[in-house]
Design a protein around this ligand. Sequence first.
Ligand code: PMP
Length: 365
Amino acid sequence: MKVQVNRTYNFNAGPSALPITVLEKAQQELIDFRGTGMSVMELSHRSKPYEEVHNQAIDSLRELLSIPDNYEVLFLQGGASLQFSMIPMNFLQPGKQAAYVMTGSWSEKAFTEAKLFGEVYHSASTKEGKYRSIPKVEELQFKNEDAYLHITSNNTIYGTQWKEYPNTGEVPLIADMSSDILSKPIDVSKFALIYAGAQKNLGPSGVTVVIIRKDLLAQANTNIPTMLKYGTHAKNNSLYNTPPTFGIYMLGEVLNWARELGGLKAISELNDKKANLIYDAIDSSNGFYIGHAEKDSRSLMNITFNLKTEELEKRFLAQAKLEGFVGVNGHRSVGGCRVSTYNAVPFEACKAFSEFMIQFQKENN
Ligand code: PMP
């Protein structure tokens, strides 16, 4: 039951599956990168061949996401988790407040960090409903003078995703898109800042992508360490210090692959089909599988569900493992089952898993 020889059905939540063609290309180029006689990892980050890799990755991201010219694209380190601190450090000015929409554990972490730097409040929260849903955009509270409004576009742990983004007017909208960036077309101009750890849809861990509007950049606080200022990285094309060169190279190759697939519209249609195979298995199971997310908030990236009893769930997870499906356990904080169907997870893997769910139900009903 393998997609390719020695390739497993990888449903990990991140780091997660990478396109096989990208891995093969990296393998081919590993020892002698384009005639340099060196690996990409051995090139100076100030050298011409690396500069090309770096700038091409930025250009490809700009093209795929149709990023307008008044935005900078940055490649940072420290994961999405460091963004939880950098955002308030840079943009939560004294005397202002920032609003956070609470839709899961990652929003909670972002909020907790921001509290260290200034005044923050909940714009809305679905915690009481066990984070099964995304609040309606009309229900969000924020004030025109707020420093920003923060959302988590896809909740990796609870399996919910925003289908529509709020119009925040003058208030900068900031989004943690770690687990759904590049999964569908988005209107970047709605956002003042988008950030994402690369290790789900973009490449290997170690690179964090930040897309930031220049006017927001210009308003940043100045009394913060050099490395934690967005301005430092923007001024230096993300080459102020040594960037994660291999990760950026891989990111560039993942972007080339995404372009060859037909871009974000084609990717989004495929993601829809992949996730729906598994949601259909849940919905047609007569309660054997119980989806966690409310239907109108379902994520097309992380599908979360439970079985009727803990005992059955354990058996399901053990059987899935035996059949070669990796990463089906829910996040350690919530348990249950979670299948991550990011861009690079093949349709065949989702099909095989949905068939496994149906078969397991037949045998254990
Ligand atoms: N935000 C979201 C939505 C995530 O899914 C994750 C990681 N799974 C993070 C933030 C934290 O990312 P990192 O590990 O890159 O710091």
